[in-house]
Design a binder for this molecule. Structure first.
Ligand code: SF4
Ligand code: SF4
Length: 341
């Protein structure tokens, strides 16, 4: 069941990070306006048990006014709202307080500050400190969104010392504190990063490792809207050039129709059942000449390697048709089990 709606408000960003998944940078381009985002919230609430609305990018706060209007609207509907930002706006403590006061008084529930070696090549780390302490001062729940590479310099220990607090890892299974928490994941070479696959920089695991086995629990469970109003239904860590996980564009079909078609999509359902590892094993059996890397960062990296290759996509969609009865039945059973849990 869908419970989270993610607006990629814009792919515009004041900086360009070499591993940016969305290939963002200071290039302007399309963005989602407040009227549109509010109408999507209304439509999603009719179709799903919507709880959380996330604003991300690019840098979403380049469109602050659109976001503020939408946060007020979402808050009025009882929804939790979250912004993920690079803190470019927090260049002084005063500017940080100014921005966060406005967001807090519009009803914002939580702010996530991206902070790691790669972001801090472009954004001074003092901005993070300004944003972090201003949010504390305003009692606005905050999480540090941290990514790792192999020899990370800005580690969580380093950040704890720098911010003068003991940071605790966010646990999705628990009630977390409102402050001094962080999430940590690996930097994945997707988007701009796909041009830089560097085994010396990335933490990688062998693709033969059985720990990769298992379904993808994100696909078909989130709703992500791109600045061009395209709908994607996975965690967002998939290259925008992959048509298989893009299910339509607002204005051409209704949201209900798009969600319905996505849930009938055989490749998406196959991913939900067997994950990218299962698909890779299948492709290896059917087309042994197709080669894969011997190491990947994580499931999504492997998934991108599969789905950005036209020949693999063609093979999967032909075979998905042949396996359609099996996929449909197993998917129903999986959802029934999840529902009971
Ligand atoms: S990683 Fe974040 S801060 Fe860096 S270019 Fe992409 S959107 Fe901007
Ligand atoms: S494994 Fe693939 S489908 Fe699943 S969340 Fe990652 S990129 Fe999306």
């Amino acid at each position: 069941m869908l419970s989270q709606l993610v607006f990629s408000v814009t792919y515009d960003c004041p900086v360009t990070c070499k591993y940016c998944v969305t290939r963002s940078g200071p290039h302007g381009g399309s963005y989602l306006d407040a009227d549109f985002m509010q109408s999507v919230i209304v439509d999603t609430m009719k179709l799903a048990d919507l709880r959380v609305v996330v604003f991300t990018g690019g840098e979403p706060l380049l469109k602050k006014n659109e976001i503020i209007e939408t946060i007020k609207f979402a808050t009025g509907k009882g929804l939790w709202t979250r912004i993920v930002t690079n803190s470019y706006w927090a260049d002084t403590p005063d500017n940080a307080v100014l921005m966060l006061s406005e967001l807090k008084s519009s009803g914002l529930s939580e702010i996530n500050l991206s902070c790691d070696d790669l972001h801090q090549e472009n954004i001074p780390i003092d901005n993070i400190k300004n944003a972090f302490w201003s949010a504390r001062q305003l009692n606005l729940p905050t999480l540090i969104a941290h990514k790792r590479v192999k020899n990370t310099k800005i580690t969580i220990d380093y950040l704890s010392k720098y911010l003068g607090v003991k940071l605790t890892r966010f646990d999705p299974e628990k009630n977390n504190p409102k402050f001094d928490i962080y999430s940590s994941s690996l930097t994945v070479p997707i988007g701009f990063g796909s041009e830089w696959l560097n085994h010396d920089e990335h933490v990688m695991y062998p693709s033969s490792d059985l720990a990769w086995k298992g379904p993808c629990s994100s696909v078909l469970r989130s709703l992500i809207i791109s600045p061009e109003k395209e709908i994607r239904m996975c965690c967002g860590m998939i290259d925008q050039s992959v048509p298989e996980l893009s299910f339509g564009r607002f204005g051409t079909k209704s949201l209900a129709q798009i969600i319905c078609e996505a849930n009938c999509d055989l490749v998406a359902n196959w991913l939900a059942l067997e994950g990218p590892y299962g698909l890779m094993q299948f492709v290896k059996t059917k087309a042994p000449a197709l080669e894969f890397h011997d190491q990947y960062v994580n499931h999504c990296h492997l998934c991108n390697d599969l789905l950005t290759r036209k020949e693999v996509r063609a093979l999967l969609s032909t075979c998905a048709e042949e396996k359609s009865d099996e996929i449909s039945l197993k998917r129903c059973l999986l959802e029934a089990v999840r529902y009971r849990e």
